[in-house]
Every structure is written in structure tokens, then in C-alpha cells.
Design a binder for this molecule. Sequence first.
Ligand code: AKG
Ligand code: FE2
Length: 323
Amino acid sequence: MVTQSIPTVDLSPFCHENGGDEAVKKRAIEEVGRACSEYGFFQVVNHGVPLGLLARALELSQLFFDYPLEEKLKASPIPGAPLSLGYTKQIEHLTDNNEYILMFTPESSFNVYPENPPEYGEVLREMFPHFKKIALIVESIISQCLGLPPNFLRDYNNIRTWDVMAALHYTPATDGDGNVSGQSEHKDSNCISFVYQDDVGGLEVNKDGKWIPITPNEGTLVVNIGDVIQVLSNDKFKSATHRVVRPIGKSRNSYAFFYNVDGEKWVEPLPQFTEAVGEPPKYRGFFYKEYALLRLKNREEPPARVEDMINLNYYAIPTLKNG
Ligand SMILES: O=C(O)CCC(=O)C(=O)O
Ligand SMILES: [Fe+2]
């Protein structure tokens, strides 16, 4: 059997204060471009997020999520916050089995941090700016892969208040109950996502109908393209379908950073990928907050049938076949 694996790109030349080797950077950009067209996913090493901090964050997650529900609920979201920031357990009637802590940038007054373990809140606050830093670097690489100026995506949206970090925990699947879903197949609605998973594994990406497991690696962050990039690029880079499978008998922890655009941002295919190349737009435009709300509703009030979940097709412009 041939096992496929998604490409890994070394980001060290981009993390140099005084600029890295241009030829090496160019090769890395080409690699990312290929990975984005082929998989919508890639992995990065030498990304600058301290590995000791990532390891500590996973340890603290394990301690926190092992607490009784009563303790975890002490970090419940503040009513009226724009998003359920703090601790949430996925509602019982969903097949997905996970619980998580969500946070905005540490400056946000909506964040709710666990009081225990005592160090946890501090470590969560410390992680956020590291993710933000690497996201800015990757955003610039993706701009260039799309043939746009390095600062194009940053100039398009420079408001960082919608970025979200998640500490996720998946309970072990039990042998024989048939439900191994941690997160059912989905595409991320945001711009670019970053995932750090523990050594248990379970993240899988779909390529041409086949599920490819993403093997965990201590120094590696997983990166994937979200729906916003798919719309802006008029499908040049597609947001990849992925899922989390819960291993039997093993609890799994991960961190995800959802690099986003501001809710007020108007998202539509860019002229560079439509008019300039004679392609019709594949999506009608929308305010990002409108789509984000629809996606949130999927989660909080899921429709009876999975096929009724709202996704990007909601904005797709039907193509006229045969003239
Ligand atoms: O936990 C993971 O590894 C991935 C999580 C994910 O895909 C998501 O939260 O959108
Ligand atoms: Fe995801």
C-alpha cells in the first residue's frame, strides 16, 4: 500500500529577523503553493512557536480536561459574548464527541480562563501571540503562492479581533460502540487554520475521496486553507475537507488557531482570479459575519440531516452547462 503524506515545509528562512536566503524562500513558497493546490493542507517545521510551550500547553490541557465537569464549568462563557469563549462541552445529541476552550486575543475582556491548573490561563495567553506571529508569516507566503504581493492578504484584512484559539479535547472511543467521530468531516470557514496535535493522532484530510491520516510530530504544526481563501481565490486554492477520528482507549488533545478576517469584511472572488483571467466568479459576495453566524448555527442547532448543514455551497453561483 502506498501511504501518502502531506508536504512539510521548513519555515526557518522566514523566521530570521534579518531576512533569510531568498532562493530558499522561493523554493518554500513553491512547495506551499503545490501543497495548497493538491491538498489544501501542509505541515510546517521551524515555525518559531517554542516547542516547550506547546508541550506544556498540551500537558495542562490534559490536566484540565481530566477534572470533573463541575470544575470545568467554572470557566463557562460569559452570557452575551460574541462567541462562546471559555469552556464548552459539545452538546449530547451531536455525534461528535469533544470539549474545548475558546479564546480571542488575550486583550479581549470576553475571555474566560480556567482557574485550575493555576498555570493554565497564563500558558494560554502566552500561546496566542506566537500563533498570530506564525499566521502572519504563512499569510504572506500564501499571498505569494497566489501570485499576489506579499502583503496583499494583510492589507485586505488587518483587523485581528476575530482570530480564535481553541484547546480541544477528545474523549477516547470505546471499543464496540461504533462512534469514533471526534469532529465529523468539515471545511474550516476562516482564512487559514493551524493545528498542533499530541502524539495520539486522529486528524485526517480527504484527498480525492480517500482519508489521509496526518501523523503527529512533536515539532510540526499542521496548516490548512479555509473557506475565505477559497472564495477570494475563486477556487484556485480549495479549503480541504478534514475530520478527527477518536482513537479507541486514548484521549486526545490538540490546539487549533483560526486565523480569520473581520466580521465586517466583504468576501468575494478577487478580480485577479475572475475578470483578469476571464473566469466568472464562482461565489456571490457576503459579509464574513453572516457566514460565520450560519456556521455557528450548524454547531449549536444542528439540522436533522447532515446534508442540510450550511457550507460554502450556500454562496456558490451555479454554472450554466451547455451554454
Ligand atoms: O483537533 C484537531 O486536530 C483539528 C480540529 C479541527 O479541525 C477544527 O476544530 O476545525
Ligand atoms: Fe477544522
